[in-house]
Design a protein around this ligand. Structure first.
Ligand code: NAD
Length: 454
């Protein structure tokens, strides 16, 4: 990254959630004055007072460091006055049908005044064709706005780093001043730039997320076959990942993907294809595998504990992945609901997502430490691979539990250490280790229905 202290083009950012706030802080770090707008008054007031609405590593520091270049408002006027590029980062959640809900995007479009001097730069993930239809609306209303698609690829948990060191910047535009201006803004990051048409830029985003979700569902199905055949998916993924046509990333088997992007973007692409007359068969399977994967934990618990009625189950981790407090579409939501429906009592601990959990899940006791969640549990399920769980003292875990069963939903713990601690250890796609591992060819050491309970 080159020096970001020189004064650069001011911008507006509409929507100050995960994407908007990171984008705003990132461009402020590169030297722009950034005029942030959000309809959530509490969020804007908090940001003015230095309170962060989300937990994201390094973001609070970046915002504090460049606070003088960050301006927060609930109305568009300052952004329109000072900036010609207005980045849109409002939510596009799924509707009941699985299509993307574009109502927030349309609200932003409708709020724009007539102007030949401004451009909307779409960071929100939208279906292919959205840019065309927004341009049509602008034309019908004689608003004159330019339009650029600039999809966002940041990952929660490493969003600041991803903004500052992107793999690529994708800019879809009509070849006018706005595309040039967006490219100039990103120039200090020295990232590969893909300049293309608007529809292709929109598709790059959806196709990227759908591909990554497919890779996850693929390795999860391999894991499930490993469980049937005695192979170890961790070894399999290691062997596959060294093939540079495949690569090691997104080959970690587990209890399914979640979060605010993959589930909704895969479903939005499937619906988009269907609406365009194409049946995207592969994505149906990706979605179904992911749903079933979350539920396989219940069967593993029942295999060892029998009925779950009255059983104490501890969930370690609630966020959809580590280093974020985001629980949207997290596997923990399905799991906690299914466990309660099966009659279990659930206690859960997450290092940062407790506030989110209070909003999103009912009937679960929230513990303030892992130890508190584990105490007296018949079984522990590791849901999110937070680093602090790596260093759990498994002997102390075994001592504190009522039962012995640990279901490691992310293949995160050391099976040998679990066995040494006297735990019954079930992972995803790996041989269970309550029995000594004999040879790679031996079948997984299945246990009777009551094993795992003391
Ligand atoms: N979260 C991610 O990891 C990620 C990554 C890449 C792309 N995206 C995409 O970026 C978009 C934003 O996602 P997010 O996770 O940041 O959402 P978010 O829910 O965290 O933030 C959206 C913000 O927009 C605000 N908002 C809604 N309507 C508004 C309006 N009319 N005017 C001003 N503000 C308004 C909301 O109050 C909220 O603060 C989505 O389309 C998402 O798919 C998200």
């Amino acid at each position: 990254m080159r020096d970001g202290t020189a004064t650069r083009e001011p911008i507006g950012v509409i929507g100050t959630g995960y994407v908007g706030l990171v984008t705003a802080a990132g461009f402020a770090a590169l030297g722009s004055d950034v005029f942030c707008v959000d309809i959530d008054e509490g969020k804007i007031q908090g940001l003015r007072e230095g309170r962060m609405p989300i937990w994201e590593p390094g973001l609070a520091e970046l915002v504090a460091e460049h606070r003088d270049r960050l301006h927060f408002a609930t109305d568009l006027a300052p952004a329109l006055e000072h900036a010609r590029l207005l980045f849109v980062a409002v939510g596009t959640p799924p509707t009941y049908s699985g299509d993307a809900d574009l109502s927030a995007v349309h609200a932003v479009v409708d709020a724009m005044p007539a102007s030949d001097a401004h451009a909307l730069v779409m960071k929100s993930t939208v279906p292919v064709g959205t840019g065309e239809s927004i341009k049509r609306v602008f034309a019908q209303q004689s608003k004159g706005f330019a339009y650029v698609s600039c999809p966002e690829f940041l990952k929660e948990g490493s969003a600041v780093k991803d903004f500052l060191e992107p793999d690529r910047v994708v800019i879809g535009d009509d070849g006018d001043w706005a595309g040039e201006a967006v490219e100039a803004l990103y120039a200090p990051l020295d990232a590969p730039v893909v300049r293309t048409d608007i529809k292709s830029a929109e598709m790059v985003k959806l196709a990227s997320n759908a591909f990554l979700a497919t890779k996850i569902s693929f390795i999860n199905e391999i894991a499930n076959v490993c469980e049937e055949t005695g192979a170890d998916v961790v070894e399999v993924a290691r062997g596959m990942g060294l093939d540079d046509r495949i690569g090691p990333k997104f080959l970690q088997a587990g209890i399914g993907y979640g979060g605010s992007c993959f589930p909704k973007d895969v479903s939005a692409l499937k619906q988009l294809a269907g609406n365009s007359g194409y049946h995207f068969q592969l994505l149906n399977a990706v979605i179904e595998v992911n749903e079933l994967q979350k539920r396989r934990v219940i069967a593993k618990l029942q295999k060892h504990l029998g009925s779950l009625v009255g059983k104490e189950i501890a969930l370690l981790g609630l966020a959809f992945k580590p280093n974020t407090d985001d629980m949207r579409e997290a596997s923990s939501l399905v799991l906690s609901a299914r466990l309660q429906a099966a009659g279990a009592h659930v206690r859960a601990y997450d290092p940062v997502a407790e506030d989110e959990a209070r909003k999103l899940i009912r009937g679960v006791d929230l513990a303030s430490t892992a130890g508190e969640a584990i105490a007296g549990a018949d079984a522990v399920v590791l849901v999110t691979e937070w680093p602090e769980f790596k260093t759990l003292d498994l002997a102390a875990v075994a001592e504190a539990m009522r039962g012995t069963l640990v279901v490691d939903g992310r293949n995160f713990l050391d099976p040998a250490a679990a066995r040494a601690a006297g735990l019954t250890y079930e992972a995803v796609g790996r041989p269970a280790v309550n029995a000594a591992r004999r040879s790679p060819w031996a079948s997984a050491g299945a246990t009777g229905p009551t094993a795992g309970s003391r």
